[in-house]
Structures are given as structure tokens and as C-alpha cells.
Design a protein around this ligand. Structure first.
Ligand SMILES: Nc1ncnc2c1ncn2[C@@H]1O[C@H](COP(=O)(O)OP(=O)(O)O)[C@@H](O)[C@H]1O
Ligand SMILES: [Mg+2]
Length: 265
């Protein structure tokens, strides 16, 4: 192996090179780059409309980039559909919670696990012995996840009936059910009250150690980012305007200007 080659196992969990996304005449993401290593807990901030969610949509395969490359654990994701990217170990939550409201809380987790296992239509029709055995394991693991997230009492309810903070927690539990190596959290504190936010901070820190997962999060609550992240990138109109440790980013004049008139920082 030459010096310039990287073993896949040594590759960053996520690498984005020169990412650009245009929607008609609008450049939503301009020449964005990032490398996230195993076990990193990193942040992405910027004013509304800066392009943050678009970057997550590109990483999770909802959009194909206008230009640039994305690698998950060294593997290029160009052309891959979202479920294939999930199978590579990329899980996410959404700025506006997206749970399956016509299923129970338990089934929300069980169904998500199928993405990891890659069960196809014929597999479920055939109901092979292997399939039945795996179904039992899935049910067991889903029940365990609900228990460690203290959600077991809601197992047979539909998500829409749960308090908002609990729905956010369920969405995170569901994301973890695919055993991700990269967890993308899009504004997990949005809509939460201050005690829920304190609980969320503890939850994310606990997940980060317990699940051995790289976490990349978007969040407007600067106190959440200051508490959790070791590195933060700031974008504005798709352009990266600052990056570094939270303290440095918070005091960066370019960041203050971007947020001027906005009271989030
Ligand atoms: N599917 C889309 N079609 C057209 N424009 C879009 C689409 N998705 C996002 N945009 C635009 O891209 C810009 C960035 O949006 P977004 O990534 O959601 O910002 P943020 O998450 O930072 O608030 C916005 O101007 C938004 O209107
Ligand atoms: Mg957004």
C-alpha cells in the first residue's frame, strides 16, 4: 500500500469534498467540505436558509449533488438511493419530526430495523425459517431499545399521541435501531422547552458514548452546541464562513454578522 492510499477502515466516517447544490438559479450549498472521524460529535450551524438541511439531504441521498463527492467510511455514495445509504450506516432525524403515525411506537422501530437487514419483498413472502428467527430477534431488540430510552410504556401507542419531547426521543431511538456509524440530527432541540433541552443534552452525550457513533448535528440553540460539540462549522448562504471549537466560532465576527438581527447567538 502506498502512502497516498487509505485503508477503508482508516477512512473518516464521513468525507465531503467540494459539495455544491443548486436549485435552479439558487446555490444552496457552495463548495462545502468536511471530514468527520469515528466518535466525533460535531456541529453545523447557520441562519435559516443557510443550506444546513440540504447538506443532510445530500448525505442521506435524498438529493444527488450538483457537484462534489460524498464518502461514507471511504465508500463513494454517488448514485445510491437513500435506503442504500442507510444500509451503509447513516441514520438521521428530521427538523420536522417524521414518525410513522399509523404504526405503533414499537413498530416504528421494528420497521426501521429492516432497512439495516435489507429484507426484500420476496424474503418476507417466503417467510423462511431464517426470516422468522430474525423477526424474533428484531422484536427483542426493538423492545430493548424502547426500554433503554424509557419509552416501553408507549410501545403500543401511536407516536402522534406522545408529548413532543418524547416524539423527538423516539425518532432518535428509531435512528439508532439501524446501528449507524453516523447519526445526523437536524435541530433535535427545536420545539422543546428548557427542561426537555437539558434532558436532550444528557441523552445525546449518553448516546455518543454508549453507541460508539459519530454524531453530526444541526442546532439553533447555541448552548446545546457549546455543551456537546468539539467542532462546529458555520455556513451562510451555502458558504462556509467559520469553523473551529465552539468558543472560537461563537466569538467570530463573521458569525456574528451572519446572525445580526437574529437573537439565537
Ligand atoms: N428541494 C428544494 N428545491 C428548491 N429549493 C430548495 C430545496 N430545498 C432547499 N431549498 C432552498 O435551499 C436553501 C437552503 O435550505 P435549507 O437547506 O433547508 O436551509 P437550512 O436548513 O439551513 O435552514 C433555501 O433557500 C431553501 O429554500
Ligand atoms: Mg434546516
Amino acid at each position: 500500500m502506498t502512502k497516498t492510499q487509505t485503508k477503508i477502515s482508516d477512512a473518516p466516517v464521513l468525507e465531503i469534498r467540494n459539495l455544491n447544490q443548486r436549485f435552479g438559479g439558487l446555490t444552496a450549498v457552495a463548495d462545502f467540505n468536511v471530514r468527520l472521524q469515528k466518535n466525533e460529535l460535531s456541529g453545523l450551524i447557520g441562519p435559516n436558509g443557510a443550506g444546513k438541511t440540504t447538506i443532510f439531504n445530500l448525505v442521506s441521498g435524498f438529493y444527488q449533488p450538483s457537484e462534489g463527492e460524498i464518502f461514507v467510511a471511504g465508500q463513494p455514495t454517488a448514485g445510491l438511493k437513500p435506503h442504500k445509504i442507510t444500509a451503509l450506516g447513516v441514520a438521521r432525524t428530521f427538523q420536522n419530526i417524521r414518525l410513522w403515525n399509523d404504526m405503533t411506537v414499537l413498530d416504528n422501530i421494528r420497521v426501521a430495523q429492516h432497512y439495516r437487514l435489507g429484507y426484500g419483498f420476496f424474503h418476507s413472502i417466503a417467510r423462511s425459517r431464517h426470516y422468522v428467527q430474525r423477526e424474533a430477534e428484531i422484536a427483542q431488540e426493538a423492545a430493548e431499545l424502547l426500554e433503554i430510552f424509557d419509552l416501553q410504556r408507549y410501545a403500543n401507542e401511536t407516536p402522534g399521541n406522545l408529548p413532543y419531547g418524547t416524539q423527538r426521543k423516539l425518532e432518535i431511538a428509531r435512528a439508532l435501531s439501524i446501528h449507524p456509524q453516523l447519526l445526523l440530527l437536524d435541530e433535535p432541540a427545536a420545539g422543546l422547552n428548557s427542561s426537555d433541552i437539558q434532558e436532550l443534552i444528557r441523552l445525546i452525550r449518553w448516546i455518543h458514548t454508549k453507541f460508539d457513533v459519530c454524531i453530526w448535528m444541526i442546532e439553533h440553540h447555541m448552548d446545546v452546541m457549546m455543551e456537546l460539540c468539539t467542532q462546529i462549522k458555520v455556513i451562510d448562504f451555502g458558504q462556509t464562513i467559520a469553523e473551529g471549537v465552539p468558543e472560537k466560532v461563537r466569538n467570530d465576527p463573521a458569525v456574528m454578522t451572519a446572525y445580526l438581527g437574529d437573537d439565537v447567538i
